[in-house]
Design a protein around this ligand. Sequence first.
Ligand code: GLV
Length: 329
Amino acid sequence: MSARFLVTAPIPSPGLDLLRCAGEVTVLQDQPDSAFLRHLCASGNFDVVLTHTRDVIDAPLLEQAQLRGVANNAVGFNNVDIAAATANNTMVANTPGVLTAATADIAMLLILGTARRVVEADTMVREGRFHGWEPGLMLGSDVSGRVLGLAGFGRIARATAHRALAFGMDVIFTPRPPVHREVSLTELGEFAGKVKQVRWNELVEHSDFLSLHVPLTDGTRHLVNASVLSRMKSEAVVINTARGPIVDEAALVQALKNGPIGGAGLDVYEHEPALAPGLAELPNTVLLPHIGSATVRVRGEMARLSALNALAMARGELPPHPVNPGAWD
Ligand code: GLV
């Protein structure tokens, strides 16, 4: 019998073509609600479901599901309950590597965009309020010579460090906040002597730009909360290209409104796609619609990787990028 795939939203080429060569593909055109997705996964009509970050693959779904695998079309997999997947012998796979540079580009764009007030400036021009060069018009802040603090030091953090160093920033990092983990010189590799490891409290207190690059887990939910925000520099900017719930967004709005911090550049939101009340009205923010990986090439590569993961799982083989490789043991 040929393999049967459920794809929860259309994916770019070559993803669907790869799947169609191997079996039957059902592509949902509208975002399924959780009851419908649970029903489809429990129907026994599909071997593998190809999901997106907005699909919640939780324990109740996984307990009823009759699936070999979940191919999540993202590097992050916080939308899938991995423990429940493993307990239910469901393999989960993701798409690491291909979106590293694109996401680091967006982190750098948010750093530059908040520093140089790009949204305010663009709006001023479009609204016809630009009446010629003025010495005090739209003054922002430098990025060179300022401190970028990286929360996390994985692939995307390192790619962001590369970009920031090229812009003359001083880069400090905490590999696994809020806990301490010493990174060896070998692990630092090419960054030895170029970036400095500090503890989480120092990262919070010394960063001019605090950029988040940790996965969303129970340990990182609300990593940036009111208490952390109150210890940041008054001009500091929070940059989030990772996952929204890492930041307590209501506390962020308060901190941006009343001080103590200077700005925020966000690509992800705590209750995505909803924004915390007041966030959209704040001028000292740059707000993007979760487009870290959104280039034509990268989205094609992600689709290819998730299709390859799905094909392998449908054949009963370990996928190229398993998240819980022991799921079928
Ligand atoms: C996007 O957010 C991803 O995790 O790939």
